[in-house]
Design a protein around this ligand. Structure first.
Ligand code: NAP
Length: 310
C-alpha cells in the first residue's frame, strides 16, 4: 500500500522539489503518494515549513513524523497540537551555503573590501589589512552550521572561538560554554558570527551588556535569527562606534519593513534571508531516508529536542 506524504512547504517549492523527492523515494523502493492535498486522517508523513497552512496537527492521527525542510524550528516547536516526532533539516546544501556566505562576509570585513570596491575614485590609496591570524573571530553556536563555519574560518587562518550550550570539542577551535564562556568568547572579539537557534535562552543574547565586550569597532554578522539581537542596543552600539558594522541576514520582522532604520544605516548591510537555502536535491535524500527509517522502525535522523526548543 502506498504511503501518503503531504507536502505543505511553500507552494512555489512544490514544482522544484516534487520530482526530485519522487526520484529519491523510488531509489529507496518507497511507494509514495506525494501530494499537496490529502485528507489529514490518511497522511503518513508531513514535509513541513513553518509558513505552511497546517498549524493544527490534531487531525493528523496516523502521521508518523513531521519533517521540517528548514534548519530553524522556532515557530513550530512550541505548537501544542504537534505530538508527532519533529525532525529538522541538516543537509549538505544548507551547510555548504552557510560556509560560503559566512566566509564571504567575514572576508569582506577582514579585508575592508568596501574601501577598494566602493572607492574607484582615481585615488591610489593602498589599504593593507592584517593577516587573518591577527583577527579573532567568535562564533556563537557550534551546532551543524556553527561548527562547519568555525572550521572554515580556522582553515583560513583566523583564531576562532566558539560557544555552545554544552561543552564541545572542535579541532582547531577554542570551545567555550556557559555564562562565563560567553563573556570570554565575546571579550576582544573583532568579528562575531551568530549561528544560534532562537529559543527563550538565546533571545537578545547580543544586548547592551554583551555588545560592550568585543573590541571597539567589532563587526556583527547574523545569519542565525533576528531576535538573537536586541535591535535598539545594536543601533546604539553602532552609533557610539563600539560596533563598527553589522551584516544582518535575519530580522524580527521579515521582510524587513522599508522604514526600518537598518536599511538606511551606513554601517549596516541587510541581506534578505539568503545565507543558506535548503537545496532540493540534497534535502530530498534526507527526507526519503527518514521515511525509509520510519517504515523500517529505525530512529529518525535530526530529531528536534522539544525540551530544548531546537
Ligand atoms: P544546531 O545544530 O541545532 O546548533 C545550535 C547550536 O546553538 C548548538 O551548538 C547549541 O548548543 C547552541 N545553543 C543552543 N541554545 C544555546 C544556548 N542557550 N546557549 C548557548 N548555545 C546554545 O543548529 P544549526 O543547524 O547549526 O543552525 C543554527 C541556526 O541557524 C538555525 O537554528 C537557524 O535559526 C539558522 N539558520 C539560518 C539560515 C539562513 O538562511 N539565515 C539557514 C539555516 C539556518 P549545543 O551544541 O550544546 O546543543
Amino acid at each position: 500500500m502506498s504511503l501518503n506524504v503531504l507536502f505543505t512547504a511553500r507552494y512555489e517549492r512544490w514544482e522544484t522539489h516534487a520530482p526530485i523527492l519522487r526520484a529519491e523515494f523510488e531509489k529507496r523502493g518507497l511507494d509514495v503518494n506525494l501530494s499537496t492535498d490529502l485528507s489529514p486522517e490518511i497522511v503518513d508523513y508531513i514535509i513541513y515549513a513553518p509558513n505552511s497552512p497546517v498549524q493544527d496537527f490534531t487531525p493528523y492521527t496516523r502521521t508518523k513524523a513531521v519533517m521540517n525542510i528548514w534548519a530553524g524550528v522556532e515557530t513550530v516547536v512550541g505548537n501544542t497540537t504537534l505530538t508527532q516526532p519533529l525532525t529538522r533539516m541538516i543537509e549538505h546544501g544548507l551547510s555548504q551555503g552557510m560556509r560560503e556566505w559566512v566566509a564571504g562576509h567575514v572576508l569582506r570585513h577582514h579585508l575592508s573590501t568596501d574601501l577598494d570596491v566602493l572607492g574607484q575614485d582615481g585615488n591610489w590609496t593602498p589599504h593593507i589589512p592584517p593577516l587573518a591570524d591577527q583577527r579573532p573571530v567568535t562564533v556563537l553556536g557550534l551546532g551543524e552550521l556553527g561548527s562547519t563555519c568555525a572550521r572554515t574560518l580556522a582553515a583560513l587562518g583566523f583564531p576562532v572561538t566558539g560557544w555552545s550550550r554544552t561543552q564541545k570539542k572542535v579541532k582547531g577551535i577554542i570551545c567555550l560554554s556557559g555564562e562565563n564562556g560567553l563573556q570570554t568568547a565575546l571579550t576582544d572579539a573583532q568579528i562575531i558570527v551568530l549561528l544560534l537557534p532562537l529559543t527563550p535562552g538565546t533571545e537578545n543574547i547580543l544586548n547592551a551588556q554583551t555588545l560592550a565586550l568585543p573590541s571597539k569597532g567589532a563587526v556583527v554578522i547574523n545569519p542565525g535569527r533576528g531576535p538573537l539581537i536586541d535591535d535598539d542596543a545594536l543601533l546604539a552600539a553602532l552609533g557610539s562606534g563600539q560596533i563598527g558594522h553589522a551584516t544582518l541576514d535575519v530580522f524580527r520582522t521579515e521582510p524587513l519593513p522599508p522604514e526600518h532604520p537598518y536599511w538606511a544605516h551606513p554601517n549596516v548591510t541587510v541581506t534578505p534571508h539568503v545565507a543558506a537555502e535548503t537545496r532540493a536535491e540534497t534535502s530530498a535524500e534526507v527526507i526519503a531516508e527518514n521515511i525509509r527509517r520510519g517504515e523500517a522502525g529505525e530512529p529518525f535522523l535530526y530529531l528536534v529536542d522539544r525540551s530544548q526548543g531546537y
